[in-house]
Design a protein around this ligand. Structure first.
Ligand SMILES: Nc1ncnc2c1ncn2[C@@H]1O[C@H](COP(=O)(O)OP(=O)(O)OP(=O)(O)O)[C@@H](O)[C@H]1O
Ligand SMILES: [Mg+2]
Length: 253
């Protein structure tokens, strides 16, 4: 039996004006895995993530070639509803940015925007999302206080809960722990490992150590090229490409 990839990237290229920043890459990402996309500065990792939910449509002068399929369906198909795509494929950024409102309202914001008004339903959605983001126990007694008073690590889990409240299938995280201390980082990593049962995770780690700790599979990007992809165990111990080896052993980047 062959398993259909959750995400299939086929001969995908990305251009900012005349500059090509992704060089015809091919990549499959499967359900219930943590796939880490790593590489030195300007490799195109963030650009690839933004292309996956068409956030990059919002940038001027952008052009793409090739295909990105989710569950076998092209994200560029004419009948693809982009707002729905962005609900299914959520994105968490390096700096957590809670809205200046209560913890409860931060999580309820998305569901409310989608027309859910029933208080009990909203409360349930908030609780469920906070539990999945492993934040519930820390905040359940102060849901109506400002989210801005949470620690950095808690704010990042709040941002994860906010995405989860929309019932995504894929969660993309771009260096979610770059601004966090090691204890908060460990907490986020534990959360991601629990979450992969529920959503497919694509992670740009802030260092190789993080990728080694959480990745099931990984892809190494260099100047827009997908140099090597495969099982994390293999890539981080016996990479096939000399460039991957040089990078993970700290010879450049
Ligand atoms: N809005 C933009 N307009 C033009 N070029 C851009 C834009 N954003 C990124 N680029 C270029 O695209 C290339 C890939 O950038 P990208 O941000 O995807 O790299 P990255 O792998 O995320 O790197 P970093 O480690 O710095 O986060 C770089 O050469 C960058 O200069
Ligand atoms: Mg980046």
């Amino acid at each position: 039996m062959t398993v259909q990839p959750k995400i299939s990237i086929r001969d995908f290229s990305f251009f900012f004006g005349k500059q090509q920043v992704i060089q015809s890459i091919n990549l499959d990402i499967y359900e219930h895995e943590i796939f880490t996309l790593f590489g030195p500065a300007n490799s195109g990792t963030t650009t690839l993530l933004r292309a996956l939910n068409r956030l990059s449509d919002l940038m001027p002068g952008v052009r793409t070639e090739g295909q990105i399929l989710i569950d076998g369906q092209s994200i560029h198909a004419e009948d693809m509803i982009v707002t729905e795509l962005r609900r299914r494929v959520g994105m968490v950024f390096e700096e957590p940015v809670p809205l200046p409102m209560s913890i409860f309202d931060n999580i309820a914001y998305g569901p409310r925007m989608r027309g859910i008004r029933n208080k009990a339903v909203l409360a349930e959605r908030v609780e469920e999302s906070l539990k999945l983001a492993v934040l519930w126990d820390e905040v359940k007694d102060r849901l109506h206080t400002s989210a801005l008073r949470l620690s950095g690590g808690q704010q990042q889990r709040l941002c994860i809960a906010r995405i989860l409240s929309l019932g995504p299938e894929i969660m993309m995280l771009d260096r979610p722990c770059a601004a966090l201390d090691p204890i908060s980082t460990a907490k986020i990593e534990e959360t991601l490992i629990l979450l992969k049962k529920k959503v497919t995770i694509v992670l740009i780690p802030h260092n190789i150590q993080q990728a080694v700790r959480v990745a099931d599979r990984a892809g190494f990007m260099l100047m827009g090229e997908m140099v090597e992809q495969g099982l994390a165990k293999q890539i981080f111990t016996v990479p096939e490409d000399i460039r991957t080896n040089d990078y993970i052993t700290g010879r450049f980047g």
